[in-house]
Design a protein. Structure first.
Length: 230
């Protein structure tokens, strides 16, 4: 059975985040809800490096080995390039233009995030080691090169080129762009509501307890920002 255009697109997106290395800066969420996210109970959610391996498995990295996994980033993006070139030759121009423009917006998002993290990781994760830094550099270079290629050879709308023209980044950029790319804001909204409910209950009871386990932290980071289904 021939793969549908949507399934093909979904597969291209999966290759963008397999492998992937990232963290969620706590400073973003302070913008959303003044001060609350500074509570130690949220420490596992923020400023913690997460590694998504090529097979899709993920882990909080804790400065563990990562270069071996991230070295496949370029080949993963090259696989997308081959897939796009094949589609360009096989499907109607209008269909391909729609797919490539939507894909380019996703690449712009990952490129922006990767570049920002390389510039700011020392501020947010002071104890980051050289290997982890190198993995972020590998990822940045891979996305930069991929972005340059698709701009030259595929349809990229101006709004995708200009959306992240500003070097700075905010919580609104991350949540809004994640929702634009995936077409659904509900997971982000629901997760934040759930966290707020837990926090509120905890304050009422005046009992200190861990709200989110390490596994839940990973799931929050992946599903909320990058919509990686675990």
């Amino acid at each position: 059975m021939e793969t549908s255009l949507k399934d093909t697109y979904d597969e291209l997106i999966k290759n963008l985040f397999k492998p992937l290395i990232f963290y969620i800066p706590r400073r973003f969420w302070i913008e959303i809800d003044d001060g609350k996210w500074m509570d130690k109970e949220f420490d596992q959610l923020f400023d913690s490096v997460v590694l998504v391996k090529p097979d899709g498995n993920n882990q909080l990295l804790h400065n563990g080995a990562s270069n071996f996994h991230m070295l496949s980033k370029t080949s993963s993006l090259d696989k997308n390039t081959y897939g796009l070139l094949d589609l360009k030759a096989r499907i109607e121009p209008e269909s391909f233009r729609f797919l490539s423009e939507r894909y380019s917006l996703s690449v712009a998002f990952y490129k922006k995030i990767s570049n920002w993290m390389v510039m700011h990781i020392h501020e947010d994760v002071p104890d980051v080691n050289k290997e982890t830094l190198m993995s972020f550099e590998i990822q940045k270079t891979s996305f930069d090169n991929h972005w340059d290629y698709i701009q030259k050879h595929f349809s990229v709308p101006e709004y995708a080129k200009n959306y992240f023209a500003d070097d700075d980044l905010s919580a609104n950029d991350v949540t809004t762009m994640r929702d634009i790319i995936n077409g659904d804001s509900a997971p982000t909204e629901n997760m934040f509501e759930k966290l707020k409910e837990k926090s509120s209950k905890n304050v009422k009871k005046k009992i200190k307890k861990i709200l989110i386990t390490e596994t839940e932290a990973e799931q929050f980071l992946l599903e909320t920002v990058f919509k990686v289904k675990l």
